[in-house]
Design a binder for this molecule. Sequence first.
Ligand code: ATP
Ligand code: MG
Length: 948
Amino acid sequence: MAASMAAAARRLRRAFRRSPLWGGLSRRPFSSEPPPASATAVRDAFLSFFRDRHGHRLVPSASVRPRGDPSLLFVNAGMNQFKPIFLGTVDPRSEMAGFRRVANSQKCVRAGGRHNDLEDVGRDLSHHTFFEMLGNWAFGGEYFKEEACRMAWELLTQVYGIPEDRLWVSYFGGDPKAGLDPDLESRDIWLSLGVCASHVLSFGPQENFWEMGNTGPCGPCTEIHYDLAGRGGAPQLVELWNLVFIQHNREADGSLQPLPQRHVDTGMGLERLVAVLQGTRSTYDTDLFSPLLDAIQQGCRVPPYLGRVGAADEGRTDMAYRVVADHIRTLSVCIADGVCPGMSGAPLVLRRILRRAVRFSTEVLRAPPGFLGSLVPVVVETLGDAYPELRKHSAQIVNLVSEDEAAFLASLQRGRHIIDQTLRRLGPSDLFPAEVAWSLSLSGNLGLPLDLVELMLEEKGVRLDSAGLAQLAQEEAQHQSRQAEPAQERGLQLNVHALGELQRRGVPPTDDSPKYNYSLRPSGGYEFGTCEARVLQLYTEDGTAVASVGKGQRCGLLLDKTNFYAEQGGQASDRGYLVRVGQEDVLFPVPRAQVCGGFILHEAVAPEALEVGDQVQLHVDESWRLGCMEKHTATHLLNWALRQILGPGTEQRGSHLNPERLRFDVATQAPLTPEQLRAVEGTVQEAVGQDEAVYMEEVALARTAHVPGLRSLDEVYPDPVRVVSVGVPVAEALDLSSQAALQTSVELCCGTHLLRTGAIGDLVIVGERQLSRGTTRLLAVTGEQAQQAREVGQSLAQEVGAAAERLSRGSQDVVEAQRLSKDMGRLTDAVDTAVMPQWQRRELQATLKVLQRRANTAIRKLEMGQAAQKTQELLRRHSEGPLIVDTVSTESLSGTTPAFTAEAWALAVCSHMGGKAWGSQVVAQGTGTTADLEAALRTARAYALNQL
Ligand code: ATP
Ligand code: MG
C-alpha cells in the first residue's frame, strides 16, 4: 500500500516538475488567516524562530563565489560554507570551529555543475537560477533527527500556520544494494508528530539519500512537500524543505563508512515558502518577483504577466517575463559578489545567462536597448536590505549589465550582416559553412550562442553544415585540453576518518607558532630558529595511520609542533628538511606542509625508518622562506597602493605568492592605465624606500571589526587573529580614532612577513590581464628581479627610441627601409613577451604600432618610386616594336604581399565597365565595355591609391 502510494506520489512529483500546470491561482488558501506575510517577514520569522526559540546562532550568507572550493562553480546550498566542518578540516581557532547550532539565509545559484536548473527556469513556476535557501544546522551531534523534524514541523504549522493536511513528508526507504536500511527512525518521528500515515512516503536513494559529491560526507534525508491542490483529491506536491542527516562518508572505493561526527543540514527555498504563504501557486506571483514583473511590463509596454506556462503561453510572453526576472536577479547577485560575465568557468555561465535574458527581452518582449540595466534598481530594492552588498555595488552592476547588453546587441547585428553576406555566396542547395557559424559562436569571435545562430539560419531557410561544426567543436575541445594548465598535484591529505580519530584521541592542533620565530640581525640578515618536535603520528600515502615508516617510503608526518609555514592565505608552503635527533647526518627532505583541521601534515620521503615517538629537528629552507616573506609584505603594500591610486573602495579578490613572483587579483571597473600602473609602483617604492617597521600582533577578532580601512578578505579568520601593520604599531592602528589604517597598510593576515619593508628592494608590476570583466590580475616581482625588469624595460625603450630615430631620418634604400620594418616587428615581439614594467610595455607597444605603420608606408612609397623609374626605363629601352620582353629585378619582397590583389583591382575596374574579372593575387584579366576608357583608367588609379 505504502509502495503504491509512494509510486503515485513519485509520478505526481515528476508530473509536477515536468508539466508545470500551476494554473488557477487561489490567492487565499487559509481563509481565516491574516493577510499574506511579505517575503521579508517570512525570512525574518525563519531566522528569529531558530535564534530565539531554539538558540541558533545566525550567520550571514556566504558570497555566491565559492571560497576555495574548485569543485563548485557557484555556491548552490546553505551547507557549502560549512563543508570544512563536515570534512573535519575546519581550523580549530576559527569562529566556525565553535559552531554548534546555526541558521541562515544563503544566496544560492544553480546554473552550472552538479546542480543546474537553468533549463527549467522560465518553463516552470518553482525553479530559479538564483534563490535564497533558508537553513538550520546542528553540528557534531548537537541535535539530530528528532529535534530537526520537530523544529521544522513547529515552524511550518505553528509559526507560519500552514494547515497540516497540506503537508507531505518523505523518508529514505533504504538501499539493499548499498546495504542501507530504511530510515524508519525518521518515519516514526513524523508519525509521532501527528503526520497522517498516508502522508508519509518512502523513496529510494535517488530522491532521499543526499551526497555532496562523488566522495565525502552524505546521509539519508527527509523532505517536506506542500500539496498545491489541497482539496482532498490527487495531491500536487512541491518540495519545500529538505532535512539531511549526515552520518556516512562515501569513500574513494565507493563504500560507505560511518562518520566520526553526525550533523543536521537543512535547506528550504524562500521563494517557494513565500508562494505558499502568500497563497499563490507560483514563486513569480510573490512580492519577491511582482515588482520586477511590473517593471518589465512598464519598460517593454507589453500586456501584463498572466502566469501561463507551456502551450497556453502563446508567443512565450509569460516565459520571457519569468526568464528576464529570474536572470536579472542572478546577474545582480553574482556581480555584487565579484563574479562578472566572462569567458570561462562561472563567468562564462553568467555571460550565457545575460545573453539569454537579452534574447528573451528583445526578441519576445521587444524591450528597448538598455532595458536590462534599468531592472537592477528593482532587484536592489527587493533584496538590498537582506544582502547589503547589492546596494553597495549597484552602480557597477548597472554598468556591467548595460555594457554587456549593448555588446551582445551589436554582435547580433554584425552576425546578421555576416550571415546575409555569406548567403549571397551560396548556391540554393548549399549548407551554411561550419567555419562561419563557428566564428559567430561563443567559442569564436562574436559570442553568439550556436543555437541562436541555428535559429537565425532557420529563419532564412538555410541548413547548417552540422557535421563540419561537430568536427570544429571537437578540434576546439582537443585544443583546450592541451592548453589546460596541468592539474596541481595534490599533496598528502588527512581524510575525514584520520581527522575524526585525532579529535577523538584529543590530540591538540599542531603548535605552529615557531614559524614566527625569526629575527633581524644587526647586520640586516634574518635569523631563523630551528624547532625540535616529536612525531605524533605517521601516515602512508593513502592516508592510513601507521606507527612507523620504512626506508624510501613517501609519508605524512604529524608533529606536536613545527616551524614550517603550511600553505594558506595565498602564501606558498615552506620547504626544508628534518633530521632525527641523534642522527643529524640523515636528512629527510620535506617538500611541503599542509594544514588540515588545525593539524599540520608534513610530507616527506623517508631515507631511513622513522617511528612515532621519535624526536626530530626541523629546518626550513631559509632563502625560500625569505623570498615568501618579501613577496608577502610586498603584496600588502601593493594592496594598499592600489587603494591609494584607484580609490578607497578598491577590493582585493585573491592573491598568491611564492619566492618567484606574486599574483594579485583586484576588482576594477576597467583595465589600469599605464599612468595608474606607474603610480601604484611609485607608491610601493616610496614605502619600501622608507624601510618602515612591520608590526605583527595577535588580537581578539572582535577588536578588528570596525576599524576603518582595515583590510580583510572574504575568509574565515581564526580568533585571536594576527594583524600586520606597516609603520604603525598594531595597537595604534586598531585605535578607532587614529584612522591609521586609512593611511598605511593594515591587514588581518597569518602569513610570515619581513620585519622591515626595505628588504623588498623594489617592486615592478610585470603583467596585467583581465581575468574576467571587473577583475584584473596583476603579476609583480620584487628585489633583484624587479631591478632586472626595469633594466630590460630601459634597454627596450632605448632600442625603440633608436629605431624611431632611424625611421625619422628616412632612407632612399628599400632594403634599408625593409630592415627597419623587420626590426620593428622583432622589437614588438620582444616588448610583448619581456619581463618588464607593464606600464612601459603598454607605452612601447603603442609607439611601436605607430612606427610600424610609418615604416610600412615608407617602404611602399620607395617601391612605387622604384616601379615608376623601372617602367620609364623599360619604355625607353623598348620604344620600338609591338611588345616588351624583359626582366624586372626587385629588391623587395613586399610585392608578394600586396596591400590589394590584382584580382580585386581588376574586378573593381571591370565591374565599373559592367564586366567581370578573374585571376590571382598577382595577375588578373577581365572584360567590360565602356565608351569612356579614360574614366575606367581613372577608376583603376583611384582604387589603387585608396588601397595603398
Ligand atoms: P527540486 O527537486 O525541486 O529541484 P532539490 O531536490 O534540487 O529540489 P534541494 O537541493 O534539496 O532541492 O534544496 C533544498 C530546497 O531548496 C528545496 O527543497 C527547494 O525548496 C529549494 N530549491 C532547490 N532548487 C531550487 C531552485 N532552483 N529554485 C528555487 N528553490 C529551489
Ligand atoms: Mg533540484
